[in-house]
Design a protein around this ligand. Structure first.
Ligand code: FAD
Length: 317
C-alpha cells in the first residue's frame, strides 16, 4: 500500500528530478499514513533515495533497460505497483515520464494527472492541483480511480531531506518481447553542454543582441554559471542559434531555478514557456519592455555594456 515513486537516472546516476519526486512521494505518504517505495531502473546509489524519504528501493538491474524505453519502463513500473499493491504512483513531468505515464495508466487502469505542482489538496476525495494553459492557471482535479498516478511538475516541490531507511530489494520484472517493439538503438547527444531540460540556470538571448556574432558574451555567462543557453523564437528562426535552443510556447519549456533573459521583449508566447522558472531576471534597454512585469529582477541598460560587466563580476565569485 506504499506510495510508489519512479526515480529517473541517466548513465547510472540519479537525476535531480528523482530526488524531487522522492521528496514529494514522502509528503504524499505522510498524508496517507504510509511508506515510500522507490523504483530504480539501473539507477544510482540507493542510499541517496533514503536521504529524501524512500523507505524501500526496488532495484531493477537489466542491461536491456540501459536506454529508456517507454513500453518496457511502463511495464516495470506497473508490475512494481501491482507487487506493492500501491494506490498512488508518483512520476515526474519529464519528457520520458510524460511519454510512459499513459502506458502505466492503461496498465493499472489508473487516472493520471500531469504537471502537479503541490501535495494533494485532500486525500479523500483525492484531489490534486496542476498547472494548465502553459502555467497561466491552476486547476484542481479529483482522481476517482482506485489507483492514482501523479506527474510531478519539475521544480515545483523542491528537495526535502527526510531520513529514511532506503533499504534495497532486488526486483526482477517479467519483460516480454512486446515491451521492446520499439527499441532505441543509440542516443547521440547534440551537445556536451548543459541541456535546457536539466539546467538549473538558463541564459537566454533575444533579437536585441543584433546578430549571432554577439553570442560570445551569452556563452561566457553560461559557462561561468554552469548554465544552458537558450533563445527567443525569431533568433532561431533567423538561424542565429540552433532550433534546439528556442524556448517558449512553441519551443522548449523552461523550469529552471534562474532564467536570465537578455534583449528579449517578453512576448506572451515567450513567457508562456518560461513561466515555471523560479527567479526571472531581465536585461533590456527599454524600461517599457513587457518582460519587466514578469521578472523578479531587472536591469534597464544596453546588453552590450551590462553583460560584459556582469560577467567580470560573476567571474570574481
Ligand atoms: P523582439 O520582440 O524584437 O525584442 C527585442 C528586445 O530587445 C526588445 O525588448 C528591445 O528593447 C531589446 N533590446 C534591443 N536592443 C537591446 C540592447 N542593446 N540591450 C538590451 N536590450 C535590447 N517567441 C518565443 O520567444 N518563443 C516562442 O515559443 C514563440 N512562439 C510563438 C508562437 C506564435 C503562434 C506566435 C504568433 C509568436 C510566437 N513567438 C514566440 C514570437 C513572439 O511573439 C515574439 O515575436 C518573440 O518572442 C520576440 O522575440 P524577441 O523578444 O527576441 O525580439
Amino acid at each position: 500500500m506504499s506510495v510508489l515513486v519512479y526515480t529517473e537516472s541517466e548513465e547510472g546516476s540519479f537525476k535531480k528530478i528523482a530526488f524531487e519526486a522522492v521528496s514529494y512521494a514522502k509528503g504524499v505518504a505522510d498524508m496517507l499514513g504510509t511508506s515510500v517505495t522507490a523504483v530504480s531502473i539501473n539507477g544510482g546509489d540507493a542510499s541517496q533515495l533514503g536521504t529524501y524519504g524512500a523507505d524501500k528501493v526496488l532495484e531493477v538491474s537489466n542491461d536491456k533497460l540501459n536506454k529508456f524505453n517507454a513500453e518496457a519502463y511502463a511495464d516495470v513500473i506497473a508490475q512494481a505497483a501491482k507487487a506493492e499493491e500501491t494506490k498512488v504512483v508518483v512520476l515526474t513531468s519529464s519528457a520520458n515520464s510524460k511519454f510512459m505515464a499513459p502506458l502505466v495508466a492503461v496498465n493499472l487502469e489508473a487516472g493520471y494527472v500531469a504537471n502537479v505542482t503541490e501535495l494533494p489538496v485532500s486525500a479523500s476525495p483525492f484531489k490534486v492541483t496542476h498547472s494548465v494553459f502553459t502555467n497561466k492557471a491552476f486547476a484542481t482535479t479529483e482522481i476517482t480511480t482506485d489507483v492514482k498516478i501523479i506527474g510531478l511538475a519539475k521544480n515545483a516541490y523542491g528537495l526535502k531531506e527526510n531520513s529514511a531507511a532506503g533499504a534495497t530489494e532486488s526486483f526482477t520484472p517479467e519483460l516480454a518481447a512486446d515491451d521492446f517493439s520499439v527499441e532505441v538503438v543509440s542516443v547521440d547527444k547534440a551537445t556536451d553542454k548543459v541541456t535546457i531540460a536539466d539546467a538549473e540556470i538558463v541564459v537566454s538571448g533575444g533579437r536585441g543582441l543584433k546578430g549571432p556574432e554577439n553570442w560570445g558574451m551569452i556563452e561566457e555567462m553560461a559557462d561561468i554559471l554552469g548554465a544552458a543557453t537558450a533563445c527567443s523564437k525569431p533568433v532561431s528562426d533567423m538561424g542565429w542559434r540552433p532550433h534546439s535552443e528556442h524556448v517558449g510556447q512553441t519551443g522548449k519549456p523552461v523550469a529552471s531555478n534562474l532564467y536570465i533573459a537578455i534583449g528579449i521583449s517578453g512576448a506572451i508566447q515567450h513567457l508562456a514557456g518560461i513561466n515555471s522558472s523560479k527567479v526571472k531576471v531581465v536585461i533590456n534597454n527599454d524600461a517599457e519592455a513587457p518582460f519587466f512585469k514578469a521578472a523578479d529582477y531587472g536591469i534597464v541598460g544596453d546588453a552590450f555594456e551590462v553583460v560584459p560587466q556582469l560577467n567580470e563580476k560573476l567571474k570574481a565569485f
